[in-house]
Ligand binder design. Structure first.
Ligand SMILES: [Zn+2]
Length: 469
């Protein structure tokens, strides 16, 4: 994931994120996570899907074939290689990134995917400034000249302490290891796409449309690899019916993932839901895409009329630090995302009609940063045990929240009379704020519960009249 540039989306993102980052992870917390990752991995090994769903899969079906082709062991081996010190944080234009690109090309060749890059190689070469770099591309032919693009960025931010130009502040525990291995960001998505490609290459029947797999470079520098592709497409963008992107898909809760972009194409959202019926993942699909939608490679395709879906399992404390390492990855989850991804790519490639494209009007429009609220503070304010709550860490001037009179420090417990769920409150809050033109927020302020109506459509304040001469 690209670090947010200055602007409203980044302010909201960092405001959500900073309270987490401010706490220093103790080594025991890291150990606990390692242990959990290990347990998760063991549980998921060889199962991938819940046993009761197995019955729903016909033997010999495509889905069964996909599940067989994508294994826990392969995902684990991929991610440990891509996030190894040997690849030096895969910075754009670096030797480490080139090694990663060559590895992916070898995997594509082994699986028999078609080389559709420069001079029939698996590479699309371009330059970031003066540095030569590569997107990696591989193709599965369809019956028609239309296609689906499946992408992930392979680059990360390199070595610390600065960790390349876009790395964040050095992590307190990063002193002994200053390679930004980028296991979640984005060895996880790269693993997903490589495994999807190799699995789908084994299919007997051609899909209706082709599937182009791309591992972008230059994403962390500002989505440059995908922008290059969008400006120099290998197959016409007019024939490209959809783009599926995977960025940071290996962390946070088991079986859960955010799936963003259905406001850009309801048919793609429907395709995700149809495919997930066989997987039963807990997918969060907000009706309006939040600002983070602009922070990865699908954003390069959006203005070109290619509808896109973005899979991400969200932020964490190790984001853009030297601690984003392979041992924290939930490999079983990665396997599940890759299996679902392969099934989805096929579903979209075989859609009868092209999915529609709509301009994505990015949220959140409310103009706030939110953070979690501590147990102590909850008690003080009288937040019920079954009640969720978020605190506004920031209110951006001249956005709807500020115009309605919401203040930093306000604690929100309900929207339009609906309680914020106690589990995953921040995320639920963000999903709840897109529903209508006006929303009523139940706010705890100064020990009292008040209601504040936010009118999203209210005009901005009139500009000050020009001074008289
Ligand atoms: Zn990133």
């Amino acid at each position: 994931m690209r670090l947010a540039t200055l602007g409203f989306a980044s302010a909201a993102l960092l405001a959500v994120f900073l309270p987490l980052f401010a706490e220093t992870p103790s080594s025991s917390r890291i150990e606990r996570r390692l242990k959990k990752a290990l347990e998760d991995g063991q549980q998921s090994a060889g199962s991938g899907l819940a046993a009761d769903l197995d019955a729903a899969l016909r033997p010999g079906s495509t889905l069964a074939a996909i599940r067989k082709a994508i294994t826990f062991d392969a995902c684990r081996s991929d991610i440990y290689f891509l996030a190894s010190d040997e690849l030096e944080g895969r910075d754009t234009g670096s030797v480490g990134h080139r090694k990663a690109a060559q590895w992916a090309a070898d995997r594509f060749a082994e699986a028999g995917l078609k080389a559709v890059g420069d001079d029939e190689t698996y590479f699309q070469a371009w330059k970031w400034g003066k540095k030569p770099t590569l997107n990696v591309v591989a193709y599965i032919e369809g019956k028609t000249d239309e296609l689906v693009v499946v992408g992930a960025h392979l680059d990360h931010v390199g070595k610390g302490p600065a960790g390349g130009m876009s790395a964040r502040i050095p992590h307190p525990l990063a002193g002994s290891d200053e390679t930004y291995n980028g296991a979640d960001d984005n060895a996880s998505g790269s693993t997903t796409v490589v495994e999807m490609a190799c699995a789908l290459a084994k299919l007997q029947a051609k899909p209706q449309r082709g599937i182009l797999f791309i591992l972008f470079s230059g994403e962390e520098k500002g989505l440059f690899g995908s922008a290059y592709y969008a400006a120099h497409p290998i197959f016409p963008l007019k024939k490209t019916i959809a783009m599926l992107n995977y960025d940071m898909v290996g962390r946070n809760a088991d079986h859960e993932c955010d799936v963003l972009g259905q406001d850009g194409s309801p048919e793609l959202g429907d395709a995700v839901r149809r495919v997930n019926a066989s997987f039963g993942m807990n997918l969060h699909m907000p009706p309006k895409s939040p600002g983070i939608y602009a922070q990865s490679d699908q954003w390069s395709f959006q203005p070109k009329g290619v509808p896109s879906i973005f899979f991400t399992s969200g932020m964490h404390t190790e984001y853009h630090t030297a601690l984003d390492s392979a041992d924290l990855i939930n490999v079983g989850k990665l396997e599940e995302v890759a299996e679902l991804g392969a099934a989805l790519a096929l579903e979209v490639a075989n859609l009868e009609n092209r999915p529609s494209w709509h301009k994505i009007d990015l949220g959140p429009r409310l103009g706030v940063g939110v953070g979690p609220i501590s147990a102590k503070k909850r008690k003080e304010l009288g937040v019920g045990e079954d009640e969720g709550a978020v605190i506004l860490t920031q209110v951006t001037p001249d956005f709807p929240a500020a115009r309605a009179g919401l203040l930093a420090g306000d604690v929100i417990v309900a929207i339009d009379g609906k309680k914020i769920p106690a589990e995953g409150s921040d995320e639920a809050f963000r999903e709840m704020i897109y529903d209508s033109e006006k929303q009523v927020f139940t706010v705890i302020r100064g020990g009292k519960r008040i209601k504040v109506t936010v009118d999203y459509a209210a005009p901005k304040k009139d500009p000050k009249p020009p001074k008289k001469k």
